[in-house]
Design a protein around this ligand. Sequence first.
Ligand SMILES: NC(=O)c1ccc[n+]([C@@H]2O[C@H](COP(=O)([O-])OP(=O)(O)OC[C@H]3O[C@@H](n4cnc5c(N)ncnc54)[C@H](O)[C@@H]3O)[C@@H](O)[C@H]2O)c1
Length: 404
Amino acid sequence: MNKGKMINSRLFTKNPRFSYLPDGDKYFLASDEPKYKFNVIGTGTMGQEHIRVTMLEGRATINGIYDPNEGSVVGAQQQFAQFSDDELTVHQSLEAACMDPEVDGLIIATPNYTHIDLVKKAIESGKHILLEKPIATTLEDAYTIYEIGEEYPAVFQIGLQYRYKPTYRETINQVMGKSQVVGDIKTVSIAEHRVPFLDKVNQWNKFSEFSGDTLVEKCCHYFDLLNLFADSRPVDVYASGSQAVNFTEFEYDGKKSDILDNAMVIINYENGVRANFNLCMFAPMFYEELVICGDDGYLKAWEKVDFLPQSSSGTGIDILRADESPSLRITPNYPAPIERSGHHGATFMEHVDFVNNIDGIETPTATALEGLWSIAVASAAQESIKTGQVVKVNDHLADHKIEI
Ligand SMILES: NC(=O)c1ccc[n+]([C@@H]2O[C@H](COP(=O)([O-])OP(=O)(O)OC[C@H]3O[C@@H](n4cnc5c(N)ncnc54)[C@H](O)[C@@H]3O)[C@@H](O)[C@H]2O)c1
């Protein structure tokens, strides 16, 4: 049904309160039949979030899943049942999930170290692919995935969806859009202070071998944002960090955890922009802060979940301008059901643009090249922490026989 430009909030069409209406009487509340079907490979925390947002977004549906862990299969079925009475196909092999003739797209949400082999299998299908971040655990594998993504004839989208968090999306609008509220960007700082890594199936995120270590696994999101705001090539990286508090006594299958839980990273970009990133993963809340200084203004964006009864959780952007322009204080948010669907609505918005990409509409989703650059900075920072030296990004890439 073509309703023209009328606002058609998916939140109304999905509301069960209106299920009493005969279908023939639904116009504003009518939802279109999903155009596309996806399979989700890996249905732990993030795979289930992808199921939830696909169904909430509504232009696609989930046809099937593949996950060797029974608990993750049950979790996915329960998630899906909240949106649909249809049966979810539970594939018994990766091959079957990838080659399923029913589906248009594959969403890969498995542990980081599996991405390289899964992508190699998934591309045999020619289907559209949404691959979770980080694209890989090593620079070599990240480069291979970049090459695959560049050549792939269908959509090959990377799950660096923090770009779509309301704070960062509005910051991108403000500093890179028409109004350029800070003028020429000179410095960019991001801090993430949060609780330790959550438990995972087989605890893959406690080991650098499986996750790529913390700056690759988690902080590739922030390096992606720093790269985006700097809009230039990173030249050198200096970092300091350690495993100071978290999982220092943790062992699994006889192996000791070996991941960073705090770090400070400084990056110089080719165009003179300076950036830094500050991580602490033993803080009793989730807090992210971004500060951008330009030659014409200052912007601070933040997002906080503090778990307190008199909570000051929320989001905000302060923009302080030089004399001639008004300063602004903004509270960026998506509608509550969208924010509740995960990552403050960022994953939902990533799905809106996954479907738009499939429809051939140009979007700002992360490319395989941007996925690779986020890992290049993370990997250089981890090298700097190991050696105590400034790492020249070009030399670091060359050491791994990579030229970008
Ligand atoms: N974009 C984001 O903000 C975000 C947030 C969280 C996680 N992630 C990413 O999503 C991915 C999954 O993380 P998670 O937190 O859901 O982990 P998880 O451990 O909760 O889930 C991973 C699932 O993959 C399954 N799995 C393992 N090997 C598999 C294989 N070969 N084939 C199919 N399934 C397999 C596991 O059984 C498990 O159910 C990781 O790459 C992670 O970095 C992204």
